[in-house]
Design a protein around this ligand. Structure first.
Ligand SMILES: [Zn+2]
Length: 105
């Protein structure tokens, strides 16, 4: 990650990669971008760096603004996705091997 600065103790400030202004918190900001270089190689050979930005500045820099579905108001948070996965967990559990053996006999 590029550094977040700390002008007031305990209060981190983030500067935007694109406009270099301080990012004030709002519905989606501050945002972090993870750049993964060598994405076509094995995980051990990849390099990564994080950046901070305004979502609006990232969207402005993009030629395909329609791909920003994260801006949709009902886009799920990570916690909501995890909660849904946990609710559906029994469907994803592999069958108990001891039960499989019993079925074969
Ligand atoms: Zn910005």
């Amino acid at each position: 990650m590029t550094k977040a600065t700390q002008s007031v103790p305990g209060e981190l400030r983030y500067n935007c990669l694109f406009c270099n202004n301080t990012i004030e918190p709002n519905d989606l900001d501050p945002c972090a971008l993870m750049l993964i270089a060598r994405i076509d190689r094995s995980r051990r050979e990849q390099k990564e760096q994080g950046f901070y930005c305004h979502v609006e500045c990232l969207q402005r820099a993009s030629k395909d603004r329609r791909s920003f579905y994260i801006l949709e108001h009902d886009f799920d948070t990570v916690g909501e996705i995890e909660d849904e996965a946990e609710e559906g967990l029994p469907d994803f559990l592999p069958p108990d091997p001891s039960q499989l053996r019993k079925r074969r006999h």
